[in-house]
Ligand binder design. Structure first.
Ligand SMILES: Nc1nc2c(ncn2[C@@H]2O[C@H](COP(=O)(O)OP(=O)(O)OP(=O)(O)O)[C@@H](O)[C@H]2O)c(=O)[nH]1
Ligand SMILES: [Mg+2]
Length: 449
C-alpha cells in the first residue's frame, strides 16, 4: 500500500476528514494569525519597507494555514551531500520525484515534490541540498527554514555523524519538530555492523532523537551481481526498504495527528511575531538615523555659513524640535511641536549641565583638530557646523531613547539617560565625519568663498 492510501486510511480510522473540509482547529487559528498580520500590514505607522517584507511573511502564513486546512503532512529530508536524501524521498513517495545523483550536490535547492493528489490530503516531501558544503551559519539558517515549513524532519546519514552534522541535528531538534534519524545505505553493512552503528548513533544523538526514531533504511540499494550456472553475469535490481521508517512516520502522525500541524502553525506564528517586532525596530532605527542625519546636515551647513558663538549652538533649538517631531512619527508616538520643543529643552539643559563651558572649549579644539594653518572662513565655519551637527546627533539619539521607551526617561530620569547617550557615542569620529561632510557640501557650492 502506498503512503498516501495508508495516510488516508489512518485518517478515516481516526475519524478525521479525508477531504478538503476545514479542520476545527484551523479556523480560529487562521483568523487570529491572519488578522494580527493584516493589522500590521495596514498600520501606517509601520514603515513601508517593513510592510513590504511583512507581505512576504503574510503569504507564508497563508500557505501554512492552507496546509493546516488541508491536513497535509510535510516531511523534510535533511542531511549531508550524497547521503541519499533524494533517493529516500523517492522511496517514501514510491515514485521518481527527485533527482538522484552519483555526483556530489545533485539537489541544490529545497524542492517540495507533492503527491499529485495532495489536495485531498496526504504527504508532502521536501528535499533539501546537502549541508556539508555550507558554512555553519548558512547550515543553521537552512535547518531553521526547512523545519519551519515541515511537520517533521528526517535526518539522513550514511554512516557515523560528524560534529557539524550533530550541530545541524541540534538546530533541528531545537525547532521542536520530531526528528527521525535514518541510517541509509543499510545494504552496505552486514547485520551485526549495522546494529552496532545504530546503537552508536542512538547514543550520540541521545536527547535529540528518540532511540526508536533511529532507523536503518535502504533507499536505493545497489543491484545484486549474480552469476548463473553458465557463468553469465547479470545485475539483479533490489527493492528499497523503507518500511520501518514509513511505519514510524505514520505512528508519529497518528499519535499527533492534527495537533502536530496546529502546534507548528502556532510556533511559526509566535516566532513570526518576534521577527516582525525586531524588523520594525531595526527599520525604525534606520529611518530615524536618516532623519537625524538630514537635520545634522541642514543645521551643520547653516551654522557653518553663519558662525555663531559655541554657547548658542544648543540654544538654536528650532530645527531640533522639528527633527524630534519627525522622529516621534517614525516611532509611532507622535509628539506635538510644543512637546518636542520641551523635549529638546530638557535634553539641552542636561547637555549643558553635563559638560558646561569646558565642554564647549574641548569640543571646539576637537572639531578644529587636524586642520592645517591658514584657516579660511569656510574651515572655521565648518568646525562650528560640526559642533552643531554633534549636538543634533545627541539630541536626536536622546529623543529616540525617550520614544523607544514609550515616552519615558526611565526610572533614573533624563540626567542619567542623556549622560548614557553621550557616553555611547564616539564624539571625535562624529565630529570628523561632520566636518568632512560639511566641507564637501560647501565646496560643491560655487557661490561660497
Ligand atoms: N548502496 C546504496 N546507495 C544508495 C542508497 N541510497 C542512495 N544511494 C546512492 O547514493 C548516491 C546519492 O544519492 P542521492 O539521493 O542523490 O543523495 P542526496 O543526499 O540527495 O545528494 P545531494 O542531493 O547531492 O545532496 C547515489 O549514487 C545513490 O545511488 C542506498 O540505500 N544504498
Ligand atoms: Mg539530492
Amino acid at each position: 500500500m502506498d503512503l498516501r492510501s495508508l495516510w488516508q486510511r489512518m485518517r478515516r480510522s481516526a475519524s478525521l476528514p479525508v477531504d478538503d473540509a476545514p479542520g476545527e482547529i484551523a479556523t480560529p487559528l487562521r483568523h487570529g494569525v491572519a488578522r494580527s498580520l493584516q493589522e500590521l500590514l495596514d498600520d501606517s505607522s509601520v514603515p513601508p519597507a517593513v510592510r513590504q517584507e511583512l507581505a512576504v511573511d503574510f503569504a507564508r502564513v497563508a500557505t501554512m494555514l492552507d496546509k493546516l486546512q488541508r491536513d497535509e503532512l510535510h516531511v523534510a529530508v535533511f542531511g549531508r551531500v550524497s547521503a541519499g536524501k533524494s533517493a529516500l524521498g523517492n522511496a517514501l513517495l514510491g515514485r521518481q520525484a527527485f533527482e538522484v545523483g552519483v555526483l556530489h550536490g545533485t539537489t541544490t535547492e529545497a524542492e517540495p515534490a507533492r503527491l499529485d493528489e495532495a489536495a485531498s490530503g496526504g504527504l508532502v516531501l521536501i528535499d533539501t541540498p546537502g549541508i556539508n558544503e555550507l558554512g555553519g551559519e548558512a547550515r543553521e539558517a537552512l535547518a531553521v527554514d526547512v523545519a519551519q515549513v515541515s511537520d517533521l524532519v528526517i535526518y539522513v546519514a550514511d554512516g557515523d555523524l560528524t560534529r557539524d552534522e550533530l550541530d545541524a541535528l541540534r538546530t533541528l531538534a531545537a525547532t521542536q519538530r520530531p526528528v527521525l534519524l535514518a541510517l541509509n545505505k543499510a545494504d552496505r553493512y552486514a547485520d551485526t555492523e549495522r546494529e552496532a552503528l545504530l546503537a552508536h548513533l542512538r547514543s550520540r544523538t541521545a536527547g535529540l532523537v528518540r532511540p526508536e526514531d533511529v532507523i536503518a533504511v535502504c533507499a536505493l540499494p545497489v543491484p545484486l551481481r549474480v552469476i548463473d550456472a553458465s557463468g553469465l553475469e547479470s545485475n539483479l535490481p533490489q527493492s528499497p526498504d523503507v518500511d520501518t521508517l514509513r511505519t514510524r512516520l505514520l505512528d508519529i502522525a497518528r499519535r499527533d495527528g492534527k495537533a502536530l500541524n496546529a502546534i507548528n502553525a502556532g510556533l511559526f506564528a509566535g516566532r513570526l511575531a518576534d521577527q516582525v517586532g525586531q524588523r520594525i525596530a531595526i527599520s525604525r532605527r534606520q529611518l530615524a538615523s536618516r532623519v537625524i542625519r538630514q537635520y545634522c546636515l541642514a543645521k551643520g551647513v547653516a551654522v557653518a555659513l553663519n558662525p555663531i558663538p559655541v554657547a548658542d549652538l544648543l540654544a538654536a533649538a528650532g530645527l531640533d524640535a522639528a527633527m524630534v517631531v519627525q522622529l516621534s512619527r517614525v516611532y509611532g508616538m507622535p509628539l506635538t511641536r510644543a512637546e518636542s520643543g520641551r523635549l529638546v529643552a530638557t535634553v539641552s539643559a542636561q547637555l549643558i549641565a553635563l559638560m558646561g563651558a569646558i565642554w564647549g572649549m574641548q569640543l571646539a579644539a576637537s572639531a578644529l583638530k587636524g586642520l592645517s594653518g591658514g584657516l579660511s572662513v569656510v574651515v572655521t565655519g565648518a568646525a562650528q557646523g560640526a559642533l552643531a551637527w554633534y549636538a543634533t546627533v545627541l539630541i536626536g539619539r536622546a529623543a529616540e531613547r525617550y520614544l523607544v521607551a514609550g515616552k519615558s526617561w526611565g526610572e533614573h530620569g533624563p540626567k542619567r539617560a542623556v549622560a548614557e547617550v553621550v557616553a555611547g557615542l564616539d564624539r571625535d569620529s562624529i565630529l570628523r565625519e561632520a566636518r568632512e561632510e560639511i566641507l564637501r557640501r560647501l565646496r560643491r557650492d560655487p557661490a561660497l568663498p
